[in-house]
Design a protein around this ligand. Structure first.
Ligand code: ADP
Length: 516
């Protein structure tokens, strides 16, 4: 066992620990990879939103440039109306001179009645933005055309957005601006661009920030749920734009990928574990075999020594002429004969085994009546069995004609009966049964002896294996019998099985193919 434990330790150290470490490392790096992918994806989404903001900035920038030109031209009103007609979200263009004495306010609008009523309000709002205007002027001076939001009264700001910027004409600087409908702006002007970007890969939607109302979406159904990133719209601060993947969400893809990788990794670990287990098992078997062999040598030596000692002792006594009576002499001769037979039996068994194992023994299966064979063996063994104090019972349930080699079959049966005798120290009874189970003919040899534990049952058919616990070790043997039996049976398509209870006895059943 010590050797086996050492092998287990080595295998664990060489294979298992590295594999487990590697798996753990891979699993941890997997989640790291996923995080990196997610952050790259996040950056990409941010870039898309940035470009959308840039685009809406450009749209307004274009209006600003055109308005600047119009202010300097003769046909301000006509040109302004045309600009508004083409860009319906644009509702009003206003322009207040920065120095009131230098010029007069200008208005261009389509919906006269509504905006006329609000004219004073716009003037007041603009006047209230002195600080912001000062900033715009400063930018303008440095050559930047900046646009700023003009805060509107609460009633107006639900539907409109004010923008302002600084313009210059021959009369001087003015604060010019637009009143526009932001939702129409998003829908009519940004919409086509959003569709183009979305390309059925992303979901883009614009939401009113305070009440989370979706005012635009590139997808028909309401699918705010897959929005994974939201940014403010630069120009329209009350609204935000959101983006998300369409169909399978990134987290789902990532999760699926992680799962597949994990499964692969676990699969690999399992395969390795199985491989290590198999390697361990085969090494253990080899170690066991080596141990059994060593035991075999010492067993056999012991087995041979006893008859040899007896033979030498009785032969010497006879030689010296120290035996008084003819009767005693006869008894000694018979002992000599018996012990030589025992020696021969051992040597034959070993030879038989080595020949069978090497495949040197060819069997000649023929049609045999199993019941008849058993009867004949029992007839020969009757004296031996009774002499040892055994009673036996043979029950032939059916005529069983099988295909078997006669000599091999006899050897098998004798081995089983011998074992039954050897391992039944007290309850000396043997029951034999023959019959068929439809496909095979069988013979069961049952004894009421010491029995075999479950753990040992797995090994008793291994070569050299002997149960070595308790007083069992006292029964003489080589550990070759059952292994030989099994080999002989398998060579003629037969099988052997064992059923045993420790202390109650064992039943060995052999099966042979039925003769047709
Ligand atoms: P051997 O009998 O020479 O030891 P076998 O190969 O015939 O070798 O048997 C292997 C082992 O199986 C034996 O050592 C014995 O412990 C056990 N065994 C075999 N037959 C029986 C039986 N009828 N009852 C109990 N144990 C048995």
């Amino acid at each position: 066992m010590n050797a086996t434990r050492r092998i287990a330790l080595i295998l664990t150290a060489v294979f298992l620990i590295p594999v487990l470490f590697f798996s753990a490392y891979e699993i941890s790096s997997l989640s790291r990879d996923e995080k990196m992918i997610e952050s790259i994806y996040q950056k990409q989404l941010e870039a898309i939103l940035f470009s959308i903001n840039q685009y809406s900035d450009d749209l307004i920038g274009n209006w600003v440039a055109r308005t600047e030109n119009l202010l300097m031209s003769e046909n301000l009103q006509a040109g302004g109306r045309e600009l508004m007609m083409v860009n319906t979200p644009l509702k009003l263009i206003f322009s207040y001179p920065l120095q009131s004495e230098s010029g007069r306010s200008k208005f261009i609008y389509l919906d006269t009645a509504f905006f006329l009523s609000h004219e004073p309000e716009f003037a007041a709002r603009v006047a209230a933005q002195q600080e912001e205007i000062a900033r715009l002027v400063k930018y303008k001076k440095s050559g930047f055309q900046k646009t700023a939001v003009l805060p509107l009264s609460d009633s107006l700001r639900t539907a409109y957005l004010g923008l302002m910027f600084v313009t210059e004409d021959e009369t001087g600087q003015s604060i010019t601006g637009f009143i526009l409908d932001p939702e129409a702006f998003v829908e009519d002007l940004m919409g086509p661009r959003l569709q183009q970007i979305s390309e059925n890969q992303f979901l883009l939607s614009v939401t009113h920030k305070s009440d989370q109302r979706q005012i635009y979406s590139t997808q028909l159904r309401d699918s705010t749920s897959s929005i994974i990133l939201q940014k403010d719209l630069w120009l329209i601060p009350d609204y935000s734009i959101g983006i998300g993947p369409l169909g399978t969400s990134l987290s789902k893809i990532v999760r699926e990928r992680t799962t597949t990788n994990l499964i692969l990794l676990l699969g690999m670990a399992v395969v390795l574990l199985v491989a290590v287990f198999l390697a361990f098992r085969s090494v253990r078997q080899e170690v066991q075999l080596a141990q059994n062999k060593a035991e075999f040598v010492s067993n056999v030596s012991h087995e041979i020594r006893t008859p040899l000692a007896l033979i030498s002792m009785f032969a010497e006594t006879l030689e010296m002429g120290r035996v008084p009576t003819e009767e005693k002499k006869k008894e000694y001769y018979s002992i000599l004969h018996k012990e030589t037979q025992r020696l021969t039996a051992i040597v034959n068994k070993i030879l038989n085994f080595s020949q069978t194992e090497a495949g040197k023994k060819t069997l000649h299966p023929e049609r045999l009546n199993l019941t008849k064979e058993v009867h004949e063996i029992l007839y020969t063994y009757d004296f031996h069995l009774k002499n040892k104090g055994f009673t036996y019972e043979f029950q032939a349930r059916e005529e069983a004609w099988v295909m078997a080699d006669q000599a091999a079959l006899t050897e098998v049966i004798i081995n089983l009966i011998d074992n039954a005798i050897k391992y039944s120290p007290e309850n000396r009874r043997i029951e034999l049964t023959t019959g068929t189970d439809g496909k095979k003919g069988y013979l069961a040899v049952r004894d009421f002896g010491v029995g075999i534990s479950r753990a040992d049952q797995k090994h008793i058919f291994d070569k050299f294996y002997r149960v070595s616990t308790g007083n069992l070790a006292k029964a003489s043997g080589t550990g070759l019998g059952l292994s030989l039996v099994k080999q002989l049976l398998e060579q003629q398509n037969g099988q052997i099985s064992v059923y045993s209870d420790v202390g109650k006895g064992s039943t060995f059943t052999i099966y042979l193919p039925l003769a047709t």
